[in-house]
Design a protein around this ligand. Structure first.
Ligand code: KIV
Length: 283
């Protein structure tokens, strides 16, 4: 998207700028969970998303359900500290916002205060509209997340593409309209039939950010470890832009061999080892 600011210095993109990007260039979003990764991605992205996917990607859980608010806050704060350009959004984890608008506000306020992030993301459609309105009215911008909602994996029986039949298609479109009407500034559309993502993108006035959705969305997000090729298997919607798994495996293999054969470390990689300077000796 167009950043509409002279460079340098460039300030962090704001929620109103992202909201207005519906009419502009595509919005570039990647997940980030750590400071070093956030620092590398920052200049390339409009948003850095501290997704609760960190439960699976970083912590090795089977789902996002065990992720806690403290985990989100610790990783969110690291990503904010290491970035200065992208707008940072932090996921509200399962159980931290569904009980009531008041519960959602209390926990989202902690996220904003303790991380410095500008906004939060919550999974849900029409049933979450009242909560979204409650937070937005009290100063916390909300990004919604509809379609395949990983926090609903027990209800839907896994991670299945949504919107395949007329009834669920209509329900997801209604969800999109409800979260937009409630004041969400953008909505992630995950794992839905492409034509439905296209229809939603045309129907609502806020930006749609697709993942496993459609190129017609106003922006795209991927889990950074997926697009960097960290995993042997990934969903079909992932395009691998690197093979970090291969690079790391090759580097670790070489390191292990060199430690075992004694060629690492060399004298130059140790402190206080006197180098034999043949040139000086000859003089
Ligand atoms: O948790 C997450 O990382 C997400 C994105 C993949 C959309 O919700």
């Amino acid at each position: 998207m167009s950043h509409q600011q002279p460079s340098p210095p460039q300030g962090r993109l704001t929620v109103p700028q992202l909201r207005a990007a519906k009419a502009g260039e595509k919005i570039v979003v990647l997940t980030a969970y750590t400071a070093p990764m956030a620092a590398l991605l920052d200049e390339h992205c409009d948003m850095l998303m501290v997704g609760d996917s960190l439960g699976m990607v970083v912590y090795g859980f089977d789902s996002t359900l065990p992720v806690t608010l403290d985990m989100m806050i610790n990783h969110g704060a690291a990503v904010v500290r290491a970035s200065s350009h992208a707008c940072v959004v932090v996921d509200m984890p399962f159980g931290s916002y569904q009980a009531s608008p008041e519960q959602a506000f209390t926990n989202a306020a902690r996220v904003v205060k303790e991380t410095g992030a500008a906004c939060v993301k919550m999974e849900g459609g029409a049933e979450l509209a009242q909560t979204i309105r409650f937070l937005v009215d009290r100063g916390i911008p909300v990004m919604a997340h509809i379609g395949l909602m990983p926090q609903h994996s027990n209800r839907i029986g896994g991670f299945k593409t949504q919107g395949k039949d007329d009834a669920t298609r209509a329900a997801i479109l209604a969800d999109a309209e409800a979260v937009a009407a409630a004041g969400a500034f953008a909505v992630v559309i995950e794992g839905v039939i492409a034509s439905l993502a296209d229809e939603i993108t045309r129907a609502i006035s806020i930006p749609t950010i697709g993942i496993g959705a459609s190129a017609a969305c106003d922006g795209q997000v991927l889990v950074v470890d997926d697009m960097l090729g960290m995993f042997e298997r990934s969903p079909r919607f992932v395009r691998k832009y690197a093979d970090l798994r291969g690079l790391i495996t090759a580097a670790a293999t070489t390191y292990a061999a060199e430690v075992r054969d004694g060629s690492f470390p060399s004298d130059a990689e140790c402190y206080g080892v006197v180098k034999t300077d043949l040139t000086r000796k000859a003089k």
